[in-house]
Design a protein around this ligand. Structure first.
Ligand code: FAD
Length: 635
């Protein structure tokens, strides 16, 4: 085995990830740790300042309920989320986050995040729930607060550039995690009384639109690779909504955000013939009632109407930037100077929107001489992603808060500690926890705070370090480092280290995974369409891929990380295919379409489709869980 030092870290609360949810967890945990004499350890595969989906910055905070102004109620937010997810949502979880999220946003502001205000000092809204920010340093601001909370108070420690591979178990209790440094030959064993998973969602499970020279350019950050899903699946946790992938429609090729265009600038999207699919195809929404009838139209249905135009040969679809900016400036048309000033202001807002969070879109505009006030830009549906905190919903099945349960929901949705998975001592937040979409950056941070507080409660009730087995850890170490050994053993077998009959490099492995998912599970080349036969064949091919994963090879630590990222993706892929197969209906056209079950079946499938892997038996169980209401339906 490669020569690796083993580092053992013992802690009370282990936070995995350094993104929005983990930073929220760090702030909250530090407070409670200080009160109770506990230690908190945070581990990120990257550097917390610029890790996770917010790394590049954002131009809006997408969840702000506005409770203090009486602008909305928690129930309003629940209604919005329930409808957007076509009825499949855990109201208790969504409500729990919604009632706390505003305080998180106020903390961001206190820490120095510039939130736009109008002449009366009120927040500038992009839409009903979204606030405009100068957000290029959003992640740095949030990370600084987390680091200060953990390090300055002396209760915590942070490990950066340590890649977490999987869980350590003590029977049915999570006992911590194992991983390795991506910079030094060090294998890490983290032993903890409670573990909070916040390692984001997954990209590059499906073949991306951008391949070849564009490889790596995706809507979702390339470094979130399904580690949360792998961790919770391998711990034996029940998973939910694994069929719900998210397909964002974004500016084509550079994936620039569309929120500011649709919501702030009130832009339309039209096909190449000038037709507005949201108007022309409105009758189609009736087929997806009651959800199709509600405003705003669910994201997947908006996607679907545009896709119908594409499939009818009416592409490309354009964001009508020139029309939108022109309309706003029109109010000043009688005053030439004021008109010019307004146009300049709008133009700079348009560029800033991209510079705040998707710089490559601004570069693409510049490279193609595109002036948004003069010419429309193409938009397109991206490849599928797993991001339970945004408009997807996949993640672990977690306990809700006790005080929001009705007697009926309590039996199904509550098992002791809020945001704890079905495995003892294993907590989840952000993309890692499922069935509570539309948390976004602020809600993920809020959920991290809630989950950390609950994890501390768990620790105080179970204040012993779970047992770990030295032999089992040695076996895990050998398994995790194996790709380095495989490479060393066989590298001399060929002149090109990329091609060798005895091993597969992670890049090739990823291409194979992406091809399977693209062609059999409804990726872009299949127009997001699949059926039972395709899914079953996809599962067969995934089984061969899993066999071949034994022969993954890594020339260095970076490739070792790539190997494990792809293993994580493969398990996310399997959970997805199994659940799409299990749910025998089409509920989210625009995200995926089951051609053999083309309609929504409210009677049979108005339920959660859950799955659970048994690591001992190596088998999956598929099950349904009821959808129960905490708030009156439609209220
Ligand atoms: C392109 C894009 C645009 C968005 N726009 C907005 C917006 O405008 N407004 C808004 O409010 N929200 C927006 N969101 C949503 C928001 O970014 C997410 O909801 C939020 O970041 C989720 O938080 P998280 O902690 O679950 O994941 P992340 O913030 O992504 O953090 C994941 C963390 O896990 C770490 N990690 C991953 N794997 C491992 C591993 N194996 N070992 C150790 N660490 C690991 C990563 O390094 C990272 O620190 C957007 C998201 C995307 C992708």
């Amino acid at each position: 085995m490669a020569n690796f030092e083993t580092v053992v870290v013992e802690t009370d609360l282990l936070i995995l990830g350094g993104g929005m949810a983990a930073c929220g967890a760090a702030v909250e945990a530090a407070y409670w740790a200080k009160q109770n004499g506990l230690k908190v350890t945070l581990v990120d595969k990257a550097a917390v300042d610029r890790s996770g989906a917010v790394a590049m910055g954002l131009s809006a905070i997408n969840q702000y309920v506005g409770l203090r102004d009486g602008a909305n109620t928690v129930q309003d937010y629940v209604n919005y989320v329930r409808n957007d997810l076509m009825g499949i949502t855990r109201e208790d979880l969504v409500a729990n986050i919604a009632r706390h999220v505003d305080s998180t946003v106020h903390l961001f502001e206190k820490w120095g995040l510039p939130i736009w205000t109008d002449e009366n000092g009120a927040y500038v809204h992009e839409g009903r729930w979204q606030l405009m920010i100068n957000g290029e340093s959003y992640k740095v601001v949030v990370a600084e607060a987390a680091k200060n909370a953990l390090l300055a108070s002396g209760v915590g420690e942070i490990f950066e550039r340590v890649f977490i591979v999987g869980p350590l178990m003590d029977g049915d209790r999570c006992a911590g995690a194992v991983g390795f440094s991506v910079r030094e030959n060090k294998f890490y064993t983290f032993r903890a009384k409670a573990t909070l998973v916040a390692m984001g969602g997954a990209v590059h499970v499906f073949k991306p639109r951008s391949s070849g020279e564009g490889m790596g350019r995706a809507w979702y950050p390339p470094w979130n690779s399904g580690s949360s899903a792998y961790f919770t699946i391998q711990a034996g946790a029940e998973m939910t909504c694994q069929e719900v992938r998210f397909i964002p429609v974004r500016f084509k090729d550079a994936y620039g955000p569309v929120g500011a265009w649709f919501l702030l600038f009130k832009s339309r999207a039209t096909n190449s013939q000038g037709g507005d699919y949201m108007v022309e195809r409105r009758p189609e929404l009736e087929n997806w009632a009651p959800y199709g009838r509600v405003k705003p139209v669910p994201a997947n249905l908006r996607n679907y109407l545009g896709m119908l135009d594409i499939m009818a040969g009416k592409g490309p679809i354009y964001m009508r930037t020139e029309e939108a900016l022109g309309k706003i400036a029109d109010a000043y048309k009688d005053d030439e100077k004021a008109y010019k000033k307004k146009m300049r202001e709008l133009e700079s807002e348009a560029w800033e929107d991209f510079l705040d969070m998707t710089i490559s879109q601004a570069i693409l505009w510049a490279a193609t001489n595109l002036q948004p006030e003069e010419r429309s830009s193409e938009i397109a549906a991206a490849e599928p992603y797993f991001i339970g905190s945004h408009s997807g919903a996949s993640g672990a099945w977690v306990s809700g808060p006790e005080d929001l349960q009705t007697p009926e929901t309590k039996a199904e949705y509550f098992w002791g500690y809020g945001h704890m998975a079905t495995v003892k001592g294993l907590f989840c937040a952000g993309d890692a926890s499922g069935a509570s979409s539309h948390k976004f950056s602020s809600g993920s941070h809020a959920e991290g705070r809630i989950a950390a507080k609950e994890a501390v409660k768990f620790i105080l009730d179970h204040n012993t370090l779970p047992k770990t087995d030295a032999a089992a850890i040695e076996a895990l170490k050998a398994q995790i480092l194996k790709p380095l050994d495989v490479y060393e053993q066989h590298k001399a077998g060929t002149t090109d280290p990329e091609i060798n009959p005895n091993y597969m490099k992670p890049r090739m492995f990823m291409f194979r995974l992406q091809k399977i998912m693209d062609e059999y599970a409804g990726g872009i080349t299949a127009q997001f369409t699949t059926n039972e036969a395709l899914l079953k064949r996809g599962l067969e091919l995934l089984a061969f891929l899993k066999e071949d994963s034994e022969n993954l090879a890594a020339a260095d630590l970076h490739e070792l990380m790539r190997c494990w990222e792809n293993m994580h993706r493969m398990w996310q892929a399997e959970a997805h295919v199994r659940t799409v197969l299990f749910r025998e209906e089409t509920r989210w056209p625009g995200y995926y379409f089951r051609a053999d079950k083309p309609k929504m079946d409210e009677e049979k499938w108005h339920v959660f489709a859950n799955c659970k892997y048994d690591p001992e038996a190596g088998s999956w169980e598929m099950l349904t869980r009821p959808i129960l209401h905490v708030f009156p339906q439609g209220g």
